[in-house]
Design a protein around this ligand. Structure first.
Ligand code: PLP
Length: 384
């Protein structure tokens, strides 16, 4: 990171976090220990679920959810084209076919009517994503899933700690999945967590993450080399879990700070006619994963890209969250093509993720907003 750059994201690590990681390191127990147990308990409780299964990444969690539900060859799974690629890749991992549904232009989540229309006898699951942490329609997807007796998997990797009308993100579906990459609300470096109320699904995920060993080890190591099914090593080390425990203890404080930053951005940008701000559903308390604004429809993708470049040249970190999944090479190779999901495509051409983390100062936010306005006006001037 160049000196003076305002970074797009940054983890919030304190001396308290360092102490707990060091404690785990010195304990001699580096995998499958008390930190994992405590981390699982804390995340499950933050999601209002009875089980938490810590895994090595959010992606690993989504993969295990697909396997534990028995999704495989010949099955279809409904999901959104407007997300981080992991939410669809897990469908390809198990040999199933992603069926994308276009999004609503306000919420950026799948249009529930399109989800229901996409259901066929082959539909084996729905993976819903809270785009940028927005829980819009999660209850609608849950109702559709229940009506058609199809499991809903909630990819809540962007929504840890968000509560909507009393309901916690992660708890809408048969299972929810969180991710703890360094840009998320809390981090473990790398890591993820599956949460569920389903005892059987939980045991299946515990077994699958641990080389197919029995979900519960007997007291001795008697069954350590018994592998009941084809499993994976998707475990999360005690060092990662210790960082997770310490971060979870600060979750409320971290979220409060993110809300302050989001409010500061909204105050400064709300009067701009060029910029659309994120919408927040009524009754929802967002935990704010990122702060993504959208340029008005007069802007082309090329203009947006030039604005991103201009921001970076002025030391403002930024990103084009998210290019559509169906237009990424592995999906184009499967026959998906431009024009299929026009709303997602149009939105993805005009988004700008601005610097967003707990250490931003008022001055940083002023600088970001002023630079953004400058870049926008430069684009407009070059247009006429
Ligand atoms: C971050 C994220 C994931 C998981 O990412 P990992 O890097 O594997 O932890 C999955 N889905 C979405 C929508 C995400 O934002």
């Amino acid at each position: 990171m160049p000196e003076g750059e305002i970074s797009l994201s940054r983890p919030d690590i304190t001396a308290q976090d360092e102490r707990l990681v060091l404690e785990a390191l010195r304990s001699g127990r580096l995998s499958i220990g008390p930190m994992q147990e405590e981390f699982e308990r804390l995340v499950a409780s933050a999601a209002g679920c009875s089980h938490g299964i810590a895994v090595s990444s959010g992606t690993a969690g989504l993969h295990l959810a697909m396997l534990a539900l028995g999704v495989g060859e010949g099955d279809e799974v409904i999901t959104t084209p407007f997300s981080f690629i992991a939410s669809a890749n897990c469908i390809l991992y198990v040999g199933a076919r992603p069926v994308f549904c276009d999004i609503c232009p306000q919420t950026l989540n799948m249009d529930p009517a399109k989800v229901e229309a996409a259901i066929t006898p082959r539909t084996k699951a729905i993976i819903a994503v809270e785009a940028f942490g927005n829980p819009a329609y999660m209850d609608a997807y849950a109702n559709i899933a229940a009506k058609h007796e199809i499991p809903l998997i909630e990819d809540s990797c962007e929504a840890l700690g968000t509560v909507c009308n009393g309901r916690r993100c992660g708890s809408y579906g048969r299972a929810g999945v969180f991710g703890f990459y360094p840009n998320k609300q809390i981090t473990t470096g790398e890591g993820g967590m599956i949460v569920t109320d389903d005892d059987h699904l939980a045991d299946m995920c515990r077994s699958l993450r641990n080389q197919g060993r029995p979900a519960r080890m007997s007291g001795s190591l008697g069954n350590w080399l018994r592998h009941e099914r084809l499993g994976f090593n998707y475990r999360l080390s005690e060092l990662n879990c210790a960082l997770g425990v310490s971060q979870m203890r600060r979750l409320d404080e971290l979220i409060e700070r993110r809300r302050e930053i989001a409010r500061a951005y909204i105050d400064r940008l709300r009067s701009s006619s060029e910029i659309m701000l994120p919408t927040i559903e009524e009754g929802c308390e967002l935990s704010w994963f990122v702060f993504v604004v959208r340029l008005s429809t007069e802007y082309s993708q090329r203009e947006r890209d030039r604005i991103l470049l201009g921001l970076r040249n002025h030391d403002v970190g930024c990103a084009d969250y998210f290019p559509c999944i169906h237009l990424q090479p592995p999906y184009e190779a499967l026959g998906f093509e431009a024009g299929s999901f026009p709303i997602a495509e149009s939105v993805s051409h005009r988004t700008i993720a601005l610097p967003f983390h707990t250490r931003l100062s008022e001055r940083d936010i002023d600088l970001v907003c002023q630079t953004l306005e400058l870049m926008n006006s430069r684009e407009q001037l070059s247009r006429d």
